[in-house]
Ligand binder design. Structure first.
Ligand code: AMP
Ligand code: MG
Length: 328
């Protein structure tokens, strides 16, 4: 595995060369780091599944350079897709559309639909333009682990399973893209993200159906599985008012505790390691995965996560926390 700073002028050229050879290149996007391969090369795409340990029936998002490229991948591009693309791309929104027959089932996990997105990151866009094709890229972590938001996280997760990592610093958004399914009758949210249902409804001028629950989902959607983004340390969401008593009980039992707090003015002690994350939802999201990863690396007995509010601005964060933690 090779790590290259993105300031290195040779980095994109080398990345493109590797992609053309069917190799894996991890690169930053505004959401999280992606593990990229040539989306039109099924052998290359299979390498992604192998490197992540991800089941072959969990579809990947294909990253494209601009909205015009939609027609290379989608059999039908409904008006709603053009509208959302014009409004939010490049940006943290993936659209599910019915796939063209030429699109390999390897990248769609066996589905007749394909997920498409134009990422809003200068390096990702530079790479897509230079490559001039679709790049399949799920988050660059092992299956069910915390998504990487810094190049060093990708090194920890994948090591030599990835041929090149482009280091573009920390990701700005910090949680995975919003996913909207436009392949059926009515637009449906599949995964909440930085772009909210309210933002999308304002552009479409129509209501958005909400995700179906994991049990009834017919679509394979790894982001919908219980404990999908989880640390290895047991992690529990805890209401603000219950935090002091929760910590006290655990430390009295001799346990070492990590706390992810955004509001409670807790003070660290010998057995209590605290990370204070920002109180504003966007900044919290940016810090979330790096903070969970840091706590997870401390060999603690338990991680307590102060439960954020259940408002629209926190929807994506609460969704990821429900998949990373158990309830109090
Ligand atoms: P990841 O790339 O790890 O963030 O995960 C990709 C996500 O995209 C999965 O959670 C799926 O929910 C979604 N996805 C990708 N392709 C499709 C598809 N064809 N149909 C439904 N969901 C999809
Ligand atoms: Mg992922």
């Amino acid at each position: 595995m090779k790590l290259m700073p993105t300031a290195d002028a040779a980095a994109i050229g080398y990345a493109v060369q590797l992609l053309r050879q069917g190799r894996l290149v991890a690169f930053p996007t505004e959401t999280v780091y992606g593990l990229g391969a040539d989306a039109a090369n099924p052998d290359a795409v299979r390498r992604i599944f192998a490197a992540k340990g991800r089941p072959a029936d969990h579809p990947l998002i294909v990253h494209i350079k601009d909205a015009e490229a939609l027609t290379d991948w989608a059999a039908v591009v409904p008006d709603a897709a053009w509208k959302l693309a014009a409004h939010f791309w490049p940006g943290p929104l993936a659209l599910i559309l019915s796939k063209k027959p030429c699109v390999s089932m390897t990248v769609t996990g066996g589905q007749a639909t394909v997920a498409l997105r134009v990422p809003n990151h200068p390096l990702a866009l530079g790479l897509l333009q230079a490559f001039d094709g679709g790049i399949a890229a799920p988050s660059a972590n092992r299956f069910c682990r915390i998504s990487p938001t810094q190049a060093s996280h990708v090194v920890e997760e994948l090591g030599d399973a990835v041929d090149l990592i482009l280091d573009g610093g920390a990701c700005q958004v910090g949680v995975e893209s919003t996913i909207v399914d436009l392949s059926g009758g009515h637009p449906r949210l599949l995964r909440p993200g930085h772009i909210t249902p309210f933002d999308i409804e304002a552009v479409l001028q129509t209501g958005l159906l909400m995700p179906v629950s994991a049990q009834s989902a017919t679509l394979r959607a790894p982001g919908m599985m219980a404990l999908h983004y989880a640390p290895t340390t047991v992690a529990m969401r805890c209401p603000t008012v219950d935090l002091p008593a929760g910590i006290q009980q655990l430390t009295t039992d001799g346990k070492r505790v990590g706390v992810l707090a955004y509001r409670h003015p807790l003070v660290a002690s010998k057995r209590v390691h605290i990370i204070h994350v920002p109180e504003q939802a966007d900044s919290y999201a940016q810090a979330l995965y790096a903070s969970l990863r840091e706590l997870d690396g401390l060999q603690l007995d338990m991680i307590l996560v102060e439960q954020p509010p259940e408002t629209a601005a926190w929807q994506a964060i609460n969704d990821r926390l429900r998949k990373a933690t158990i309830a109090f």
